[in-house]
Each structure stands twice: as C-alpha cells, then as structure tokens.
Design a protein around this ligand. Structure first.
Ligand code: C5P
Length: 219
C-alpha cells in the first residue's frame, strides 16, 4: 500500500473521533470521520422527510446528493452541515440508515477515494474489518457504558431536551443495532489493538497509540 491507513473502530462514545483528529494533526495525516458520512445521509433523510423504511428513496436521494468531507467539516451539496449532523434526531436514526448495504457501499467508496492519494486516520465501526482490511495499524477503542454516555451527553448541542439516562439508552440501542446488523457489523478486527479509554484523557490515549505506531515502524 503506497499510502498509510490508521484504522480506529469502536462503539459510540469510545473517543474515536477525538483521538483520531488529534492523532491526524500530530502525524500530518488527513482525518476521515466515517460516522459523519452516515450522519450526513441521515440528515438528508430527515430534511426531505423520507420514511426510514423507504430504502429505494434513501438510495436515490443519496446518489443525487454531493457529500464532501474537507478540513474536518462535512458538506451537503456545498452547504456545511457539521453542526446539524450532531443533533439528537440524527443520533436516533443513523444506525437504521447505516444498516442499508447500498448506503454502506457508497460510504466505503467515498473513504477509499479520499485515501487513494494521502495518508489517513479513519474512524468508524468497520474500518479495520471491511473498509481498509490491510491498514498499516488498527485500533479498537472501548470504554464503560457510563463513560460513553456521559461523553455523548456533554457533546449534545440540545442537551436541555434529554436526560443522561435517555442518552445512555440510545447508545445501548445504537450499539446493539451496529453490532448485530448483517452488513459489516461493529467488530474488533483480529489484528486490532484494544484500548480501553475509561478514565483516560485524550493525550493519554493518543500517546498510547503513538507508542504502538512507533513499534510498527516509521510513519
Ligand atoms: O461514530 P458516530 O457515532 O458518528 O457514528 C454514527 C453511526 O454511523 C453509528 O452508530 C453507526 O450506525 C454508523 N457507522 C457505521 N460504520 C462506520 C461509522 C459509523 O455503521 N464506519
């Protein structure tokens, strides 16, 4: 492989995107947040009022939209929707959209296209298993459900509308769907390094990852 891929997978709230972003800055790599691509498609579905069971319409409208990922922002038909995709209405629907095999194929292609001519740090659920099975190094991040729920709750822009307990329930449901779906479910790749981020801050996790990367060879 000419360019390097650092794959980071794990359940919601494990800290993947935050450490992926920090790691990409340290290494001078491009960060691909694959969850934001599924979130952008979910946003299209909500915005156009498409029924989440209407798979044909979802595929049709996704194919007719332009989704771009640039400088850590996500654009839909040229409009920056980075804030909108973090709303809780997206959180509750995204795993249903991510179950659709055709949608997964579209998202896989976007990621592979970006990684074709640059070094990347990619985070998601199926990066080490499906999207980049030959990645230079693979990590699987996890944390206790309490800590993951707290992180996601603190991240919410519309916090006042939800309780921590509701967010915890949503995460458990999302993890269940992500782990049990047929198309590339959330799973630790056999050759992935497991890191439990509970009680660790971002710098500690990133240092641990840099240590494993340095053992692997030059970056
Ligand atoms: O990581 P994030 O919480 O933004 O991901 C949102 C959702 O997108 C996940 O719960 C999952 O359903 C889906 N996803 C996926 N595969 C990925 C990344 C995200 O199925 N590689």
């Amino acid at each position: 492989m000419k360019y390097k891929v650092i794959a980071i997978d794990g359940p919601a709230g494990a800290g993947k995107s935050t450490v992926a972003k920090r790691l990409s800055i340290k290494l001078g790599y491009t960060h691909i947040d694959s969850g934001s691509l599924f979130r952008a498609i979910t946003y299209i579905v909500i915005k156009l009022g498409i029924d989440i069971n209407d798979v044909e319409a979802i595929i049709h409208h996704t194919k007719n939209s332009t989704i771009d990922f640039m400088n850590n922002s996500i654009y839909l038909n040229g409009v920056d929707i980075s804030a909108e995709i973090r709303e809780n209405t997206v959180n509750t629907k995204v795993s249903y959209i991510a179950m659709i095999p055709e949608i997964r194929d579209i998202v896989v292609n976007i990621q592979r296209k970006i990684a074709a001519n640059k070094n990347v740090v990619v985070d998601g659920r199926d990066i080490g298993t499906t999207v980049f099975p030959r990645a230079f190094i693979k990590f699987f991040l996890t944390a206790s459900i309490e800590e993951r729920a707290r992180r996601r709750y603190n991240e919410l822009l519309d916090k006042e509308k939800f309780t921590l307990e509701e967010i915890k329930k949503q995460i458990i449901e999302r993890d269940y769907i992500d782990t049990n779906r047929e198309a590339s479910p959330l799973r630790q790749a056999e050759d992935a390094i497991l890191i439990d981020t509970s009680g660790k801050n971002v710098d500690e996790v990133v240092s641990e990852m840099l240590y494993y990367i340095s053992i692997k060879g030059e970056v």
